[in-house]
Every structure is written in C-alpha cells, then in structure tokens.
Design a protein around this ligand. Structure first.
Ligand SMILES: O=C(O)C(=O)C[C@]1(C(=O)O)C=C[C@@H](O)C=C1
Length: 334
C-alpha cells in the first residue's frame, strides 16, 4: 500500500453498505439465472484484474529499468493470495505472537502504563485534550521510526496511528496490487488495541507493579504489532478464498450477507488444527530446551499453553474472520 494513499484514504471504520454499482447489480439478480450470469461476469472481471495486475507489474519493471533495482520489491511470497501460502504465512506468524506473549509474561502487568495520565509522558489527544498513556506514547514513537523506513508501505502492515506517520527516509517500494483497493480503506487496530489491553494482557501478565514500565511498554508494542499483522492478514485469506470460489462468494457479497460470508469462510477443521498447534508451540517455547525432566527440577512454562489456545480461539481467530468479512463485503466495489 502506498503510504500517502493509505494515510489519505484510511478511515477508522468501514461502512457496511455496498457501493451503488454493486447494489445496481443486485437489483437485477433475484433469480438463479441472473446469479449464474453475475458469477460468470465476476469470474471474467477477476481474470481481467489479474491480467491487468500482471501487465502493470511488467510495465513498472520496464519503466524502472533505468532506476535502482532496490525500488522494486520481490513481493512474490508476501503478496501471494494462494490459500496454502497464505496459511503458511499465518503459521509463521504464530511464532512472533507466542514469543511476544511469553516475553510480556516476564514482567508484571504495570497497569499505570495503560492509564491516561498514569505516567507523565508528553502528548495529548488533539480533539479531546486527553493525555496519552505511556503505551500510546511508546507505540506512537515506535511507529515514527518504523514508518520512516517504510514498514507501513507494505500491504500487510497497518499502523495504529496512520494519521501521524512521518515522511519516508528510504525511497518507496512498489508492491503488486494483490488485494482489492478496499484493503487500504480500513483497519481494525482500535479493536486490536482494546482486545490486547483489556482481554489478552490480563491473562498473560500477572497483576502487580514491578516498575518495569519502559520494558513492559516495549514488549506490549511487539505483541500489538504481531497481533495487528495477523488479524489484518485476514484480507489476504479472504482474497484467496474469493478468488478460488467467486461463484460462492458473489451472491453473498451482493446481498451484503455478513453472516452468510462468515459461515462460508469458516473452516472449523482448520481452526482446530490452529489451536492444537499454537498450544504445542507455547508449550515448547515456554521452557528451556533441556528441561526434559531428566533429573533436573521441573520447569513450568512461562505462559500456560492452554491459555494461548484460548486467546487464539476467543480473540485472534474471530478478529481475523471479522477482517475477512469486512474485506469481502467491499470486494466487488467498482
Ligand atoms: O485458514 C483459514 O481458512 C482462515 O480463514 C484463517 C482462520 C484463522 O484465523 O486461523 C480463520 C477462519 C477459519 O475458520 C480458519 C482459520
């Protein structure tokens, strides 16, 4: 996503109404024949979009042949919308999430970090005059640095404060447009932030204050970034599913049937695998590799593996699905 475009167009919430053009199509699609025709035309449009994307990438490569090669990113794995590759990516992201939660569990909760005015840090909300919390301060400052070196120009990254991003110090990279443009118009980072502070953190970090405010806030930033990336990766999952079966998704999109879309994209067998795997990973990563019980003292994991599974089930997967539904509802927008 182009940073300028992202900051200019991103809105905090996505509107649930489909575009006029989609509604216009919907008006004429009250029977199966019309729906079949519509699915055909969507399939055709998908093919055209793909051809156009491929030709854009070729044109850009040609146009930039006299430019530094560094200006072209190899987005082949990042932007893949093949479901198997997208799922592989989600599996790799489990490492970042579980490690960051295990790290955060090493220090006390330190509630003052999350309270506005809990600790005297610079920065106020421009609209309300509310003083920033330490976590907001550290997160904003972190995004200033990451933003300068292009982190938020990548299509799989979403800043928590996109309106405050600084100018780039590196030339922008170009990514193939593998997602529909609706992807650059919304994020749910406010939900991710709230979910982390009020629901995940209390299960991960023990109640108490050990004065490790800076460390705890920096560890929070790592958790938030890993969770945000995972949840918004739902856009790639949704694109993969839509491209693989436009005939199944199109009628639901046209009807703006969010519940139907949720049902269609849900795969309970995959969810069970995810839960089993994250519990196993949390059990393995939370203890030293030599803690095999052979004569040594028993080592309890840094974080209860079952808890990690519960957090994935209650929060991480549902939010990833919410992003998928939001994305799909606008997938046919002109
Ligand atoms: O792998 C998928 O099919 C996804 O949509 C991802 C995911 C997840 O968040 O892990 C979400 C919904 C599915 O029910 C299964 C798994």
């Amino acid at each position: 996503m182009n940073q300028e475009h992202a900051t200019a167009t991103r809105t905090r919430a996505v509107s649930s109404d489909a575009t006029q053009s989609t509604s216009a199509v919907a008006r004429g699609s009250s029977n199966d024949v019309d729906l079949a025709r519509l699915s055909e035309s969507v399939a055709l449009r998908l093919r055209r979009e793909r051809e156009e994307r491929e030709s854009n990438v070729r044109d850009e490569a040609l146009a930039s042949s006299d430019m530094d090669d560094a200006n072209l990113v190899d987005g082949s794995t990042l932007v893949s919308t093949d479901l198997a590759s997208v799922r592989d990516n989600l599996i790799r992201q489990e490492e970042s999430i579980i490690f960051s939660l295990i790290e955060r569990a090493q220090v006390a909760r330190n509630s003052a970090i999350y309270e506005c005015g809990g600790l005297p840090v610079p920065g106020f909300d421009e609209d309300t005059g509310r003083r920033h919390s330490l976590l907001e301060y550290v997160l904003r400052q972190t995004e200033q640095l990451y933003g300068r070196v292009r982190r938020y120009t990548a299509p799989d990254e979403h800043a928590f404060f996109p309106e405050s991003l600084p100018p780039l110090v590196l030339p922008p990279l170009r990514y193939p447009d593998s997602l529909h443009r609706t992807a650059s118009t919304f994020d749910i980072n406010d939900v991710v932030y709230d979910m982390y502070v009020h629901h995940l953190l209390p299960e991960v970090a023990a109640e108490g204050d050990d004065a490790n405010y800076g460390s705890a806030a920096l560890l929070d930033v790592a958790c938030l970034q890993a969770l945000s990336k995972r949840v918004h990766y739902g856009m790639f999952v949704a694109e993969a599913k839509f491209t693989a079966a436009p005939q199944k998704y199109t009628p639901l999109i046209v009807e703006k049937d969010a519940n139907g879309l949720m049902e269609l994209l849900t795969d309970t067998a995959v969810e069970a695998q995810v839960l089993k795997r994250v519990e196993r990973k949390a059990a393995a990563y939370g203890v030293p590799p030599d803690a095999d019980g052979n004569g040594g003292a028993a080592v309890s994991p840094k974080i209860d593996p079952k808890e990690v599974g519960r957090l994935y089930e209650a929060w991480v997967m549902p939010l990833t699905k919410e992003v998928q539904v939001k994305y799909l509802l606008h997938r046919l927008d002109e």
